[in-house]
Design a protein around this ligand. Sequence first.
Ligand SMILES: NC(=O)c1ccc[n+]([C@@H]2O[C@H](COP(=O)([O-])OP(=O)(O)OC[C@H]3O[C@@H](n4cnc5c(N)ncnc54)[C@H](O)[C@@H]3O)[C@@H](O)[C@H]2O)c1
Ligand SMILES: O=c1ccn([C@@H]2O[C@H](COP(=O)(O)OP(=O)(O)O[C@H]3O[C@H](CO)[C@@H](O)[C@H](O)[C@H]3O)[C@@H](O)[C@H]2O)c(=O)[nH]1
Length: 429
Amino acid sequence: MKICVVGAGYVGLTSASVLADLGHTVSCVDTNIEKIRSLNRGEVPIYEPGLKEIISRNEENLTFSSEVIENIRNHPVILIAVGTPSLADGKTNLTYIYSVVDMIADALTDYKTIITKSTVPPGTNEKIYAKLLQKGVAPEQFAVVSNPEFLREGSALYDMLHADKIVVGMNKNDSKSLNIVKSLYKGIEAPYIVTTLSGAEMIKYTSNAFLATKISFINEIARICDKYEVNIDDVVRGISTDPRISPHFLNSGLGFGGSCFPKDVRSLEQSAIEKNITPIILQAIQSTNHSQIDYYIEKLITVFESLKGKTITVLGIAFKPNTDDTRESQAVYLIKKLSQLGCTINTYDPKATLPFLGESNIIQFPTLDQAVTDAECVIIATEWAEFLYLDWKKLKQLMKGNVILDARNCIDPLKAHEHGFQYVGVARS
Ligand SMILES: NC(=O)c1ccc[n+]([C@@H]2O[C@H](COP(=O)([O-])OP(=O)(O)OC[C@H]3O[C@@H](n4cnc5c(N)ncnc54)[C@H](O)[C@@H]3O)[C@@H](O)[C@H]2O)c1
Ligand SMILES: O=c1ccn([C@@H]2O[C@H](COP(=O)(O)OP(=O)(O)O[C@H]3O[C@H](CO)[C@@H](O)[C@H](O)[C@H]3O)[C@@H](O)[C@H]2O)c(=O)[nH]1
């Protein structure tokens, strides 16, 4: 099958390379000429485990181009994977989606199956369909399919290849599109969930909102446990054998970040408000998440009284391990907050770079050892593998102080105590 993937971001690049690996001929296009140039030089603009390797082994049937309209014209299947960021009011910015729809309308000379992979609010695929009709495209010339993506950054390829479901939203009786989607993913064993266009959109938002709910819920429980001196690990162990609860997504810590949960919860909140529904739970999830950083700062203040003038090392900049993505990273928000409180912040991340420049009290170091030297306190803000088993003896020699704030519940407090550190955590000691 000949497929044009529009957008060379996390989802576009992962989809394009997996589809090429499944034997399709794929052209991945992006309006960002620099991104396409670097891909054509063999450089992958994002860090995602295995992505560089899968792209290079599919050289023959995976091409990259910034000629978006031309490629849309020459391919019968179009997969839209452009960004859908937040607007200032929390609604979704659909400019990129509609710019692709305009390009499709301009390029359409023969039948196209238009598949939306991007996360879009309920009703958007219906609007895409209506917009194409408005632009004079005949209904028999195209089909619109909603096929949301559920991959996680850091394990994107695995997640796509081992999907727990493939969600397909379509207009009524569109068996042609369903067959096309099935041929597209031939080789991936997963149950198909077939629904309406808006049904598929809602499945995607519900999934992210539910996962975000689990995180905020356990963070709130951890705060309560903290006050009653109960270990949060014991509580999670105690509830997670119940299959109705499951052990997943119950790791309390700094809170959720990244390019999806924050913006998607905001967007779903706005979709609800638009229909006069007050989404109390969605609002509470966000409120708990926003105050997580303050809660951790309060913990530090119980140790230091004042943070002004303290030298603090923050380990981790990315919003989670195994990615260089810093979009809405809680680690970055924490660094900014510490800076406002008058600290000197030394930081280190194996892959991510600080997304801002110019503040003389915030320095990113190329190694962990350099970053922790002379620190009065080390905070683990992202649970990268190399932070899980710290060389305690060396750390003791390099640091000026002995405080470790574990903001991801990822190290063993006993080990820290054994080596003479003061372990600080929420509902962990
Ligand atoms: N990142 C994830 O883990 C993830 C997972 C599931 C779903 N999603 C959803 O998938 C979508 C894409 O997310 P992402 O993180 O891959 O985005 P991204 O920001 O990394 O990449 C989007 C790309 O689209 C390109 N683009 C914008 N307008 C274009 C146009 N008119 N023509 C061609 N290219 C254009 C941009 O230049 C950019 O390279 C979003 O809706 C997101 O919510 C993301
Ligand atoms: O128990 C947990 C699990 C996650 N997180 C945090 O939650 C955020 C998101 O983590 P994760 O879901 O692993 O990463 P994403 O790559 O953002 O993936 C989410 O967002 C994608 C984009 O929509 C979806 O496709 C995925 O299914 C969904 O998991 C990160 O800040 C994590 O640190 C926690 O705090 N505790």
